[in-house]
Design a protein around this ligand. Structure first.
Ligand code: HSE
Length: 348
C-alpha cells in the first residue's frame, strides 16, 4: 500500500525520519509492501512545502541542509498555495498520516496537542515523538482517535526508537504489566556515567551532554527529572491503565549528586542512577523519579552513557529488561517508522 505522509515539525527527528524513508524505500517495499510519499512538510522555522504529487526527499534534505526555507522549495504552484499555519496545512493536506514532530513543551503540550487534535478530527492517523501531548492528554487523544477510527501512536516518546509500546502491544500481548522501572533520561545517565568513568564534575559533564545534543533545549527538564517524569506518566497511563498528570508528582533530579557521592557509592559496590518507576499498589498507581543507589545485581546498573533501559514486571513472563538508545536522530526517526509500519500492518 502507498501512504501519503505529512510532517509537522522538521527538526532533528523529522529529518532523521526522512533520511530513513529515502534510504530504505526499496527494502520497505520489498519486505513490508509499504510505500510512502511525503506530501507536506510544515515547520515554524524552516517553512512549508505542500506537494500532493510527493516531495523529493533527497532534494528537500539537501535544501534544508543548506539552510534554505521550504517556502521556496518545489514548483511555483506549490509555493503559492502553501499556507503558513500548520493547522491549515494539517486540515488541507490529503495525508493519510501526520507525523507530529515539533519540540516538546512539557508544561502546556502545545502547539503539538492542537496539531494532533486537528489531524485526528480531519481523519488522519497520527504518529508522534512529542512527549507533551502524550504525558498531558493521552486519554483524550486516544479516545478521539478511536472515535474517528484512526490511530494515535507514540513510540518515539519513550526510549526513542527502542521499542516499548509496539513491544508491549505485540511481543508482550496477553501479559499484564505490573511494574515498570527504568533509566529513561539519556542526559542524566550520561552525566552520572562521566562523573564516574572520566572523573568529570557535574557541570562539565552537563556541558558535554548539551554539546552532544542529548539534553533538551532547557536542560532543567533533564537534570531535575521532569523529562523522566513525563515518560513515567506516559508509561503509567498507557501500560498500567493509570490517569496520572505530571503535576501530581514531584520528581527529584540529579543536580545534588556530586562526583564524590558517585565515587563513594562505587567504592561500596553501588551505582547512582536516575530511576523512574510506576507500579500498581492497592488499585492505585504509585510512581516517581529519583536518584537511587542500585546494587551491581540490578540489570539497570550496567547501563552507561546516554543509553536508556527499562525493566517490565509482567504477570506471565516475570521480569524483562530492554536496553537501547533513548535519543538521537536516526533512533527517534526509527520510532516514527515503527509507528507508520504498525499502522500499515493493521490496515493490510
Ligand atoms: N533529553 C532527552 C534525554 C531526550 O536526555 O533522554 C530524549 O527524550
Amino acid at each position: 500500500m502507498k501512504y501519503r505522509i505529512g510532517l509537522v515539525g522538521c527538526g532533528v527527528v523529522g529529518q532523521g525520519f526522512l533520511e530513513i524513508l529515502a534510504a530504505k524505500a526499496e527494502e520497505l517495499k520489498a519486505r513490508h509492501g509499504f510505500e510512502a510519499k511525503v506530501v507536506a512538510i510544515a515547520d515554524k522555522l524552516k517553512g512549508t512545502a505542500i506537494i500532493p504529487a510527493g516531495i523529493d526527499i533527497g532534494k528537500a534534505l539537501k535544501w534544508l541542509g543548506a539552510g534554505k526555507s521550504l517556502d521556496e522549495f518545489g514548483p511555483v504552484k506549490a509555493k503559492r498555495e502553501a499556507p503558513a499555519d500548520p493547522l491549515d496545512v494539517i486540515a488541507r493536506t490529503d495525508a493519510d498520516i501526520i507525523a507530529e514532530l515539533t519540540y516538546t513543551d512539557i508544561k502546556t503540550g502545545e502547539p503539538a496537542t492542537s496539531h494532533i487534535r486537528k489531524a485526528l478530527q480531519t481523519g488522519k492517523h497520527v504518529v508522534t515523538s512529542n512527549k507533551g501531548p502524550a504525558a498531558l492528554y493521552y486519554r483524550e487523544l486516544a479516545e478521539l482517535a478511536k472515535k474517528k477510527k484512526r490511530q494515535f501512536r507514540i513510540e518515539g516518546t519513550v526510549m526513542s526508537g527502542t521499542p516499548v509500546f509496539t513491544l508491549c502491544e505485540r511481543g508482550f500481548a496477553g501479559n499484564e504489566v505490573r511494574e515498570i522501572k527504568g533509566i529513561l533520561n539519556g542526559t542524566t545517565n550520561f552525566i552520572l556515567s562521566k562523573m564516574e568513568t572520566d572523573g568529570m564534575e557535574y557541570g562539565e559533564a552537563l556541558a558535554l551532554a548539551q554539546k552532544l545534543g542529548y539534553a533538551e533545549a532547557d536542560p532543567t527538564a533533564d537534570v531535575e527529572g521532569f523529562d523522566a517524569l513525563a515518560k513515567v506518566v506516559i508509561l503509567s497511563n498507557v501500560l498500567l491503565g493509570g490517569n496520572l498528570k505530571p503535576a501530581q508528582i514531584r520528581p527529584q533530579g540529579i543536580s545534588s549528586i556530586t562526583r564524590q557521592m558517585v565515587l563513594d557509592a562505587k567504592a561500596e559496590g553501588f551505582r547512582y542512577k536516575l530511576v523512574g518507576f510506576a507500579r500498581r499498589e492497592s488499585g492505585k498507581i504509585a510512581a516517581g523519579v529519583a536518584p537511587q543507589k542500585l546494587s551491581l545485581a540490578d540489570p539497570l546498573t550496567g547501563v552507561m552513557g546516554a543509553q536508556n533501559a527499562l525493566t517490565f514486571d509482567l504477570d506471565l513472563l516475570g521480569k524483562v529488561t530492554i536496553q537501547g538508545p533513548g535519543a538521537g536522530k536516526l533512533a527517534t526517526g526509527h520510532a516514527i517508522l515503527q509507528d507508520v509500519l504498525a499502522i500499515h500492518h493493521d490496515l493490510e
